[in-house]
Design a protein around this ligand. Structure first.
Ligand SMILES: Nc1nc2c(c(=O)[nH]1)N[C@H]1C(S)=C(S)[C@@H](COP(=O)(O)OP(=O)(O)OC[C@H]3O[C@@H](n4cnc5c(=O)[nH]c(N)nc54)[C@H](O)[C@@H]3O)O[C@H]1N2
Ligand SMILES: Nc1nc2c(c(=O)[nH]1)N[C@H]1C(S)=C(S)[C@@H](COP(=O)(O)OP(=O)(O)OC[C@H]3O[C@@H](n4cnc5c(=O)[nH]c(N)nc54)[C@H](O)[C@@H]3O)O[C@H]1N2
Ligand code: SF4
Ligand SMILES: [Mo]
Length: 731
């Protein structure tokens, strides 16, 4: 039997696990108690992760389809690697020759290792020479990233190790449901309470996480910005502002003070649905605690005002003197396995490795020198994820530039996970050439012209940076199925065909060595991190500028990362969601996750134990709303927004607000939540408004219900055509 210590393929905790492989090739996941982040604990997804090793559910050969003269598509068929890579590279080159370099783009993912993310960014800028690269992290924590950089001068999701949570006296958890999304982290919440600390949870639903809290604020979706401003107002009114901290370590308080005064408690009660007395209780709990933290996740961030909302929570921390101190601070719970590292090494439209800006001449010069290219050849910033998807295949019109004609996609499944997904699917179909690298035939890969089967997780080695900024090593443990190639190899093969014969190595360690040099001196400095150190030290926290540097588990204790060392208050005021309930669409829809499924479900829907634990979509609604519509548990419910219509069974529960329904987004087909969601973008981060839109809820007619079991997604349902009126379902 061989044993390998490694990390889970899924979320940003990057739980340590041990893989045992028997002589007969059976792989089992067992505990690895020494790894500090999870101390052996794993959720069901980690426990069953080995199910996708081996060929059973996997792509094991490249696939291709022919385009007919009339533009129609043939079926996907097996192809050789040479055929598939030639078709991809020649196709991209031809599109660029005809439409310009920016006509071909790249879409990446926050689940890719640092090495892959780095090489993908380099591939876009050097091999394709396109400005158009972005990735699914834009849909994830980009609002928190933007606010972190504005306020603190640096974006690392957590500025402290996760276990510091246990020691804080008061924690406000906003729009995060770790009991389902990061179960091993819940131990820290329990310990926090055992240590006498207070836990406050803000969520429109009484989640399993909210059930652990001292106080649960069941806010209206999209009202967190008002809540944070209202709490700041009360902090000021109760004389709980830490003046000494504000004077010594921050700038810009005056502008924020005025905004807070405009959010008096009664107004905030109206906006959030939380009574003034409870607002006051929470403001006092937080203000009087000796130490305190605010942690946000997607519930607070995935809004068209996500950056301002996070800014408002940061303002609250700064005013209360709860930042830049031991056991105090603001943090964002990043989501994907490499959500942190994936945003540091150049997959983002405006970014070069080391979290450098692609518009900064010094950064361009440094990275160009590492890459051996002329800095003038480096493209500038391109389009953000949704803006890129929204215009695929479209000609230029008015002020709108032409959309991409060709796309290389690795590590995302936007047919299920992008907002306004039916429209995005139409746009993907309008491409001249879609090349997808994946492990499985995802819903997006099903639309590709070329599908390239890749290795994953335990079949290859690479580094991941977890939500704490801890760089860990996922070690290869088992041989990949025959016929697949690593993403690094695929990028090398494509780069060679595009004329970039050098600079694309497929050995992860060699790529990491180059990443170290490219990141050196940047905000996310990995120069001192080596594979050996990572293994010896249970991971190394960046920044780590040289090999004698211990790494940086805790940021900002002495100074913030701004030029003057002070944190900046951010001037923000409340504004409503882009779409508010009205007579036609009277109910809020919010979306999110369930324990047993991961993201677009491409991986976890193929794991039998997970599929049976969470077999399909549902619409969570309050008994009052259900009663008013004559709906019983399990009845098919039709949910309609301005983007389209979805049908899924009712799940009736009083844990949700009566004016809100919730759908998880893990499934394609009739119950796809993203058919409904609103792509209104945050002006700073370009985050879409996944967490709130206006819908109409009604019993599905018979044929809709029958359709829901089998039907293809309601593609093209750009505008709802249903004849139903808006009567009566405002609870
Ligand atoms: N099981 C599982 N775990 C995962 C993932 C997964 O797909 N499945 N994905 C990983 C990834 S990439 C991510 S980003 C994280 C996400 O982790 P979380 O952010 O914890 O997950 P979500 O379910 O998207 O949203 C959290 C909560 O936000 C609430 N919410 C909705 N609207 C609002 C609002 O306006 N205000 C507030 N305060 N709350 C609101 C929802 O009710 C929900 O309970 O999970 C990671 N872990
Ligand atoms: N309505 C709604 N929509 C949402 C959200 C929400 O809360 N509500 N959350 C958003 C968030 S936070 C996120 S992060 C996105 C995530 O949504 P997606 O971007 O779709 O992420 P995944 O489902 O993880 O897709 C990863 C794909 O890459 C493949 N893959 C995994 N590892 C590798 C690898 O190493 N190499 C390659 N080539 N492929 C790999 C998987 O098989 C899968 O097909 O969804 C967003 N969409
Ligand atoms: S919590 Fe996240 S990293 Fe840990 S086992 Fe579950 S999915 Fe894997
Ligand atoms: Mo995410």
């Amino acid at each position: 039997m061989t044993t390998t210590d490694t990390h889970c393929p899924y979320c940003s905790l990057q739980c340590g696990m041990r893989l045992n492989e028997t002589e007969r090739g059976v792989v089992e996941v067992v505990e690895r108690p020494a790894f500090p982040v999870n101390r052996g604990a794993l959720c069901g997804k980690g426990q069953t992760a080995a199910a996708l090793l081996g060929p059973a559910h996997r792509l094991t050969t490249p696939l291709m389809r022919e385009r007919r003269a009339d533009g129609g598509r043939g079926p996907l068929r097996a192809a050789s690697w040479t055929e598939a890579l030639d078709r991809a590279a020649e196709g991209f080159a031809a599109l660029q020759a005809e439409h310009g370099r920016d006509a071909v783009g790249v879409f990446g993912g926050g689940g890719l290792t640092n090495e892959k993310a780095y090489l993908l960014g380099k591939f876009a800028r050097v091999a394709l020479g396109t400005r158009n690269i972005d990735y699914n992290g834009r849909f994830c924590m980009s609002s928190a990233a933007a606010a972190n950089r504005l306020a603190f001068g640096l974006d690392r999701g957590l500025p402290f190790p996760l276990e510091d949570i246990e020691r804080t006296r008061c924690l406000i958890l906003v729009g995060a449901n770790p009991a389902e999304t990061m179960p091993p982290a819940v131990r820290h919440l329990r310990r926090l309470r055992d240590n006498g600390g207070t836990l406050i949870v803000v969520d429109p639903r009484r989640t399993r996480t909210a059930e652990l809290a001292d106080v649960h604020l069941r806010t209206a979706p999209g009202s967190d910005l008002a809540l944070a401003l209202g709490l700041l107002h009360l902090l000021i009114a109760d004389d709980l502002v830490d003046d000494a901290f504000v004077t010594a370590r921050t700038t810009g308080y005056d502008r924020v003070h005025a905004a807070a005064m405009a959010h008096w408690p009664e107004r905030v009660e109206r906006l959030t649905g939380i009574p003034v007395s409870r607002l006051r209780t929470v403001a006092r709990m937080f203000g009087k605690a000796a130490t305190g933290m605010v942690l946000t996740a997607r519930g607070s961030e995935q809004h068209s005002k996500g950056t301002d909302t996070v800014g408002a929570w940061i303002n609250l921390c700064l005013a209360a003197g709860k930042a830049g101190r031991l056991h105090s601070g603001y943090g964002c719970l990043t989501g994907q396995g490499n959500g942190q590292g994936g945003r540091e090494h150049g997959q983002k439209a405006d970014q070069l490795p080391g979290y450098r800006s692609i518009e900064d001449p010094r950064a361009r010069a440094h990275v160009a020198q590492v890459w051996g290219v002329d800095p003038r050849t480096l493209p500038h910033a391109g389009r953000s994820a949704y803006e890129l998807l929204d215009t695929l295949g479209q000609p230029a019109a008015g002020t709108r530039p032409a959309g991409l004609r060709g796309l290389l996609l690795m590590g995302s499944n936007p047919v299920v996970s992008a907002p306004r997904a039916a429209h995005v699917t139409d746009r993907i179909r309008a491409l001249d050439l879609l090349v997808v690298g994946d492990l499985v035939l995802s819903e997006t890969a099903q639309l590709a012209d070329v599908v390239l089967p890749g290795t994953q997780w335990a079949e290859e080695t690479g580094t991941m940076t977890n939500l704490e900024g801890r760089v860990v090593l996922r070690r290869g443990a088992v041989p990949p199925p025959e016929g697949v190639r690593s993403d690094l190899r695929i990028l090398r093969d494509l780069a060679e065909r595009l004329g970039a014969a050098h600079g694309f190595d497929d050995d992860p360690r060699t790529v990491f060595e180059e990443l170290r040099r490219a990141s050196a001196g940047g905000p996310a400095d990995y120069a001192g991190i080596t594979y050996e150190r990572i293994q010896a030290e249970d991971g190394v926290f960046w920044p780590c500028p040289d090999e004698s540097h211990p790494g940086t588990p805790r940021l900002f204790l002495d100074a913030f990362a701004t030029p003057d060392g002070r944190a900046r208050f951010l001037p923000v005021t409340h504004r409503p969601p882009a779409e508010e309930p009205d007579a036609r669409y009277p109910v809020h829809l919010t979306t999110g996750r369930v324990l047993a499924q991961y993201q677009s479900g491409a991986q976890t829907r193929r794991v039998p134990a997970l599929d049976s634990a969470a077999p399909g979509p549902f619409v969570e609604l309050h008994p009052v709303l259900a009663h008013s519509l004559g709906l019983r548990e399990g009845d098919p419910v039709q949910v309609t927004s301005r983007r389209g219509r979805a049908v899924a069974p009712a799940r009736i529960t009083d844990t949700i607000r009566p004016d809100t329904v919730f759908m998880p987004f893990h499934w394609p087909g009739a119950g796809r939540a993203n058919t409904l969601t609103n792509p209104a973008l945050d002006p700073v981060s370009k985050m879409p408004e996944f967490k709130v839109c206006a819908v109409r809820v009604e019993p599905a007619r018979e044929r809709d219900g029958a359709a829901s079991a089998t039907a293809a997604p309601a593609e093209g349902a750009g505008t709802p055509t249903g004849s139903a009126t808006a009567s009566g379902n405002r609870p």
